[in-house]
Write a protein that binds this ligand. Structure first.
Ligand code: OOG
Ligand code: MG
Length: 254
């Protein structure tokens, strides 16, 4: 086992068993490039257990997230089948270390997309746009990490839920978003806070996935990154994100 394989096993076990681990960077700094190598190796372990890649997620695409986590470079991770949550369903706290929720925009890919393309070309390759939420759950103690750590940990990806698909030409450049927990608004924002326009996050996801040798395929999902700071989840929470024109999406925590 190489050093990077060893780190992949540690982060994969932590995700599988929902236990917190010390930051890798506490012992020796992990470069972002090595972080992506660890992420790829940890995904191989998931796929070997029968899980399946269903898309790509972008992170730190809004100022609110960058400020909350103290990091400002765009990052990306993998979404897999077992992370998919049922809309209106419930998730068990037992499967997470210290989960948080964030409102996101989701894109559904229509045909293979790769390379450095414009937002318009990207949208032309999309079959639908929906409101979504991501559940993030850093495997690092106290939800603290540096860039190499969080990339190695598949950018904290832990769950996602997607609302009804809308036509790809739906204007999502500046939609009001409210994230409610137990009927109380916890975060309020706009889709415009995602890189000024969430289609820029889609363009970045297309480029990064292709550069990594896994161009986006028909049916793949892209999460554009949270529009607001993330909110901690507790047992008993009912979580709902409302998006102007796109509708809403909800789940509860048991
Ligand atoms: C990293 C993941 C960031 C987003 O939407 O910005 C992310 C984290 O905050 O733990 O998913
Ligand atoms: Mg996110």
């Amino acid at each position: 086992m190489t050093d990077l394989e060893r780190l992949a096993a540690i982060v994969d076990d932590a995700a599988l068993n929902a236990n917190a681990i010390p930051q890798f960077s506490e012992h020796s700094p992990l470069s972002v490039a090595d972080g992506y190598a660890v992420q790829a190796l940890s995904m191989q372990r998931r796929y070997a257990r029968g899980d399946r890649r269903v898309g790509i997620k972008m992170g730190f695409t809004s100022r609110a997230k960058q400020v909350q986590m103290g990091l400002d470079d765009l990052i990306w991770g993998h979404l897999t089948e077992t992370m998919r949550m049922q809309e209106g369903g419930s998730i068990s706290m037992a499967h997470y270390v210290h989960p948080r929720v964030e409102p996101e925009i989701a894109y559904l890919i229509k045909h293979e997309l790769a390379g450095n393309i414009s937002p318009l070309e990207a949208i032309n390759g999309v079959a639908g746009i929906a409101c979504a939420m991501e559940v993030i759950d850093s495997r690092y103690a106290n939800f603290k990490f540096d860039a190499g750590d969080v990339v190695a940990d598949n950018t904290s990806a832990a769950g996602f839920v997607i609302g009804d698909w809308h036509p790809p030409d739906t204007d999502v450049t500046n939609l009001g978003i409210v994230l409610n927990i137990n009927g109380r608004p916890k975060q309020i924002g706009s889709s415009a806070s995602i890189l000024g326009n969430p289609s820029r996050a889609l363009v970045a996801a297309i480029r990064l996935a292709a550069e990594n040798g896994e161009p986006l395929q028909p049916g793949d999902i892209v999460l554009a990154g949270s529009a607001t700071a993330a909110v901690e989840l507790s047992v008993g929470d009912h979580v709902e994100a409302q998006f102007e024109t796109l509708g809403s999406v909800c789940f509860s925590v048991r």
